[in-house]
Design a protein around this ligand. Sequence first.
Ligand SMILES: *Cc1c(COP(=O)(O)O)cnc(C)c1O
Length: 445
Amino acid sequence: MKRTHSPTFDMMLVESDMEMAQILDDEYLREEHGLELIASENYASRAVMEAQGSVLTNKYAEGYPSKRYYGGCTFADAAEKLAIDRLCQLYGAEAANVQPHSGSQANMAVYLALLQPGEKLLGMSLSHGGHLTHGSPVNFSGRLFQAVHYGLNEQTERLDYDMVRDIALREKPKVLVAGASAYSRIIDFETMGKIAREVGADLVVDMAHISGLVAAGLHPSPVPHSTYVTSTTHKTLRGPRGGIILCSAERLKAVNSWIFPGIQGGPLMHVIAAKAVAFGEALQPSFKQYQKQVILNAQALSAALIEKGFHIVTGGTDNHLMLVDLSRSKVGAGEITGKDAEGWLDLSGLTVNKNTVPHEKRSPFVTSGIRLGTPALTTRGMMEAEMKQVASWIAEVLESRGNEAVMTKVHAEVRELCEGFPVYFDEHGDDHAEGSCCDPQGGCC
Ligand SMILES: *Cc1c(COP(=O)(O)O)cnc(C)c1O
């Protein structure tokens, strides 16, 4: 390797650690040359990565701005205050904590602030699209608390608020959790808030997947209806890997002390700086254009897949993702598993994840579905026409049931498409991802 392709480092790493430089370069090329359809992934801008790779990684700043346990925190304070201010502006929230290392840490701190060990939380079941941290027995949330679950309506495959209300009235949880990892429709946070109040519970909304859409005003905001809102920062929001919490000024103290000293030590100040940069990007008008296109692309992909004979759970999407139920699809006569589909598509240059479907009959390691999302492809500038092409490739590969020749052919075509939509640099080394904006009117910059 003569020079590195990666946008995040110069020759320093090549000189000091060739072995890791090579791995990072390989990953960079993997990201450039493949179609990223994992709904929870995105490409952070170079500005975000620059902040994340900055000197703030050296700083210990246990505590909160102006109340630190270490000296030398002037600029750490400035970075964290900027992140908090921008985040509150983005969501119209009174207060925020930007220190959670991940979405899971954000949820843990919120539960600990609201529940004693052994008390009850009601969340969406994992197999119906919820998240591990919403009370799964293999997660702290199901070990520390008594977890009960609601699922989807069998006919509509949608959330059924009457059913949620019935379960809430019967179970009397102390916390009601709304939010999902694999649900393609609008979630009615206002109704969830009413149900919570009716049973004397606090509503916690985990908007990890849709926080970019909420920021752009394209999904109703949970902020007015919830005691706490949590999110990741690296999914549709397109920032660095991490978590956040939003709440009222009055509720801040309790959750702050559960993040630190409750469950974390020093904050990742370099990541907090990168979060501030990402929130700044999300406040720009171009971010709203981007999120609009994310939804249009998801709808185009879903429609094209339906046309090819796939069953899309709920029949379509209102957000950035969709769930393909292969057991109910004409393609593959309903026999292809999520695991097979994931493997074959991977060999064809399309990255997806296997996913359980509502009323799943197979194990979580096999599954009957795949989950697809458009945030990453939209960041690289792809539009409806490319989504149609992606649907054709998926159909071709799965119809062939992983035929070697078909997969090789599709892989070459995928590579060619990707070269026309560079993520960070094109083949001349020109910079392509300044702010990674995508403007459907003016083309992509
Ligand atoms: C991704 C996700 C999380 C967890 O985020 P991590 O940063 O991976 O811990 C939590 N809740 C929901 C709904 C998610 O989709």
